[in-house]
Design a protein around this ligand. Sequence first.
Ligand code: CO8
Length: 256
Amino acid sequence: MGSQQYIQVEKKEDIAIVTINRPEKLNAMNIDVVKEMDNVIDHLDKDDGVKVVIITGAGEKAFSAGADIEYMTKISPLEAEKYALTGHATLNKIENSNKPIIAAINGYALGGGCELALSCDIRVASKNAGLGQPEVTIGICPGWGGTQRLIRIIGSARAKEMIYTGKRISAEEAFQMGLVNKVVELPQLMDECMNIAKQIAKNSAIAVRISKTLLNRGIDSDINTGLKLEIFGWSLCFSHPDREQRMTAFVQKSKK
Ligand code: CO8
């Protein structure tokens, strides 16, 4: 994976924990942070020993306070385009990774930080977390997929309110609107994410992977296309020995 300045990776059996490590800047993502994250996701995607990934931020204050505002004060429209493209490529990789990815939101998830969480499959927040898309307060619109993913997750009215007002919402409010799956106390956050990850990791990796693809492709397709894809994905599971072993084990156990 090479040495990383800002992104740490720790493996606990078949679960990888990826930490944005720039706590002095509330884990704001400058272009190097994004490039390192991209590199890490590429490597984890190819690592058959990893079944689930958890992304979090270092420290007790922030998951990520977003794109680097200091950097953005200096850049031209073309550099801004490059920054947005780099972020999009990485977040698309996270969204379409062949592993399920859980965001452990341990504090502020603002702007690009919220967008990073939106690209993950499951979001668990600590009680101290605050989520928001404050871009309009600094003269830009969300630029790392926020206008597209937020609306698909929480619906048009709520996404528009969050983006137009730029207001920060609490973890509890985020839970009420379906933006996060669960809220726990900060010291329990990693245990809770590990529990979810372990539950997923026990299952057939290929079946989880196909489910993820079907869910992701289906949401942007009409229902008949999505249902047809489901039949292909479901049938494909029958080509894998894992399916046969698991079904046989179930049948034999129930005969005893
Ligand atoms: N970028 C750079 N530095 C940051 C950022 C950031 N997003 N957020 C915090 N920091 C830095 C602060 O400047 C400060 O640094 P220093 O100690 O050197 O002065 C340090 O982190 C600590 O921050 P604060 O002192 O501000 O901490 P507070 O507890 O007082 O406040 C807040 C915490 C409320 C989170 C506050 O820091 C804040 O409002 N941060 C900005 C949040 C924000 O607006 N994020 C959205 C950024 S825009 C974005 O993400 C666009 C995404 C799409 C990009 C598309 C590419 C073109």
